[in-house]
Write a protein that binds this ligand. Structure first.
Ligand code: WTA
Length: 655
């Protein structure tokens, strides 16, 4: 180990501060990891006992990464119910324990503590309401809600009756919502009147009305009253959750489903085309979410755990709802944003609820770091024990600030690398077991076999120190099973570039200690404030505007967001560029996709660099956007080399 970069405080901090024994130690990590890859069947069969199975499985793993016949099945002949695992089985021992702490957007409004007993009742009611609206096992339900407890009720109610949920982040536009409703052919959309966030309000019901204009007439709408304001109403299509919940029966039997029954579909951006519906299973997914939640956050009985993500993203699925509740934990749901009413909001919530594990994204850390440490120091953060980060590479400066200012140099930081597709953490430190280095996601979780491949030959690199593309050899239980309705696309996206491996889309470096350092995406996906964005999606939104002839979108380094959205736009003949048009296009993309896709920089491009066969040379556009055009490489294959000079002269990002 290279001593200089290692945070030696880890193990002693855990033992000293909490007087608890970490779930995993350095020694048990090595032993268990070796066992997990030597005999995955035995390892996972034993781990699966942490779940309650209504029909025990006899087969553990049945997976094949061969192109043309990719198939991933875990515990395939077992049956279980996710809601029973997350709620019912805890009732005997922890009915009166808080399951969910709800901290609303406005700090002046009181927080709610929802016990497991109350959670059970609410989920049963929601399940009965859904059944009354015609939802049956296997049907899809779209959830478009703020970060309120009803979002968790809706997820668990779907799971209870075997329906498949697809959550759409409340920041997405009506168009994006409509394409997801249609994409999975949903029967029902669950939404709210409004979503309060950061003191502002998003009109979710109005957005849903607009979306449903593009969907089948049979789609029903269930509305939760969040602000209580008046909304439009269509009798026969719209249903009032709060009214129905008063009458609904609070008993509902959980329906056992096959371990491979889909639990949810979650749309995520890829390098080409429209977002794809990532399908996750019931058994393998829940097992992996629960196990990683316990071990990575070293969750112990009585801890208060807070993940600041939104349930609209996979992090919210696995680490606000499913993982923590399967473990009988107390999980905090926060409706607000880190900087409203002021930059102390996160820390005020940590102090107020005595949070033990805190999990957030580097972009939030960087934004808060910029506001100064006084905001952190105002609050008593002595309850904090573990800090986590996810979503994008964390720069060492932000890591150190998080460690020192927030964690008082006594809380191990778990930098968790994973993806919507992986269902749970694949590379991550384990507190007390794996020493950390700022900026590295360190080592694989149990059962996970990362490999670094040479991007040109596709061969595995065996030297410890190396750099290449990150792939995973062999399956893990929470691996996505397919792309909804398009298994071919699943195989092509993840198994065709590097035969026999799952291709992550990320580049990485492995250091002399065998630690992994994610270097970012190697495809046309950019990571904006920890949100995945396909450049193709933004491009197709731009060219849908009547004044735009052509567009190319790339990422560039952004001090807070990680990456910003840089757009090169060629206008239609005769259209003059102007500041107003720039604003109009920004607004256009916001409405087409949602605020998270708003362009940061728009450059008017009279022409785009193309090969003679008409292919846009993105490599060059990336370099110019990065303000690093000294080494543009070979431009001799360009059809019109002069366009490059114009783009350089008029570049928008000048360091
Ligand atoms: C990036 C979020 C570096 C990565 C859970 C990945 C990270 C993409 C990390 C997945 C990390 C996630 N360090 N990069 N700790 N975690 N990423 O699907 O590029 O929204 O491929 O899942 O985020 O984003 P997704």
């Amino acid at each position: 180990m290279t001593m200089d970069t290692i945070d030696r405080a880890d193990a002693s901090a855990i033992a000293g501060h909490s007087a608890r024994t970490p779930h995993v130690t350095a020694e048990s990590y090595r032993e268990l990891y070796a066992a997990s890859v030597a005999d995955p069947e035995a390892f996972w069969a034993e781990q699966a006992q942490r779940l309650e199975w209504s029909t025990p499985f006899t087969k553990v793993k049945n997976t094949d990464f061969t192109l043309g016949q990719v198939s991933i099945k875990w515990f395939e002949d077992g049956q279980l119910n996710v809601a029973a695992n997350c709620i019912d089985r805890h009732l005997e021992t922890r009915a009166d324990q808080t399951a969910i702490i709800f901290e609303p957007d406005d700090p002046a409004t009181e927080a709610q503590h929802i016990t497991y007993r109350e959670l059970h009742r609410s989920v049963c009611r929601m399940a009965n309401i859904m059944e009354d609206l015609g939802v049956r096992k296997g049907d899809r339900v779209v959830i478009y809600l703020p970060m309120i407890p009803e979002a968790a009720y809706a997820m668990l109610a779907c799971a209870r009756i075997g329906a498949i949920h697809s959550i759409v982040f409340a920041g997405f536009s009506p168009d994006a919502l409509a394409s997801r409703i249609n994409g999975c052919d949903a029967k029902l959309v669950i939404t709210a009147d409004h979503a309060p966030r950061g003191g502002r309000k998003t009109p979710l019901k109005a957005n849903t009305d607009a979306a449903l204009l593009h969907c089948k007439d049979s789609v029903k709408l269930l509305m939760v009253r969040r602000t209580g304001e008046q909304t439009s109403w269509i009798d026969g299509r719209d249903f009032d959750y709060n009214e129905l919940a008063l009458e609904a029966d609070d008993h509902s039997e959980p329906v056992p489903v096959d371990a491979e029954h889909p639990l949810f579909v979650l749309y995520t951006s890829g390098s080409t085309g429209q977002p794809k519906g990532v399908v996750h299973s019931t058994g393998g997914y829940l097992l992996f979410a629960a196990m990683t939640h316990e071990m990575v956050f070293d969750y112990h009985e009585g801890d208060v755990y807070w993940c600041t993500a939104d349930v609209g993203w996979v992090t919210g699925h696995s680490y606000i709802v499913y993982g923590p509740l399967a473990n009988g934990a107390t999980t905090l749901m926060f409706e607000g944003v880190p900087t409203w009413p002021d930059a102390g909001r996160f820390w005020q919530v940590c102090e107020k609820h005595k949070v033990n594990q805190f999990y957030t994204a580097p972009t939030a850390i960087r934004a808060l770091m910029g506001q100064g440490k006084e905001w952190v120091e105002k609050y008593d953060l002595s309850s904090l024990r573990i800090l986590g980060t996810v979503g994008e590479p964390i720069n060492p400066e932000a890591w150190n600030w998080y460690n020192e200012v927030v964690g008082g140099s006594r809380c191990p930081i778990v930098d968790t690398w994973w993806q919507t597709e992986t269902g749970g953490h694949l590379l991550t430190p384990l507190p007390g077991a794996i020493d950390t280095k700022p900026g590295s996601a360190t080592l694989p979780f149990f059962g996970v076999q990362p490999v670094v491949l040479d991007p040109h030959t596709g061969e595995e690199i065996h030297e410890t120190e190396c750099e290449g593309v990150l792939c995973i050899k062999d399956s893990w239980p929470a691996q996505m099973r397919t792309v909804w309705g398009d298994h071919d696309r699943f195989e092509k996206t993840y198994f065709s570039d590097y035969k026999g491996y799952y291709f992550s889309g990320d580049g990485c470096r492995r250091d002399a200690d065998g630690y992994y350092w994610i270097t970012g995406r190697v495809d046309d996906v950019i990571n904006v404030s920890g949100h995945r964005m396909g450049t193709a999606e933004v491009e197709s939104a731009l060219v849908a505007h009547a004044k735009v002839a052509e567009a190319a979108v790339v990422g560039y380094p952004h001090p807070i967001k990680g990456q910003g959205i840089y757009c090169y736009v060629t206008l239609m003949n005769g259209v003059e560029p102007s500041d107003e048009l720039c604003k109009e296009l920004e607004k256009w993309v916001r409405t087409e996709i949602g605020p998270i896709a708003k362009p940061d920089l728009i450059q008017w491009a009279p022409g785009l660099p193309k090969t003679r066969s008409g292919k846009i040379m993105r490599r060059i556009l990336r370099k110019i956007a990065e303000d690093d055009f000294g080494a543009l490489g070979d431009t001799s294959t360009l059809a019109e080399p002069a366009v490059v000079d114009d783009l350089i002269d008029n570049r928008m990002n000048r360091a």
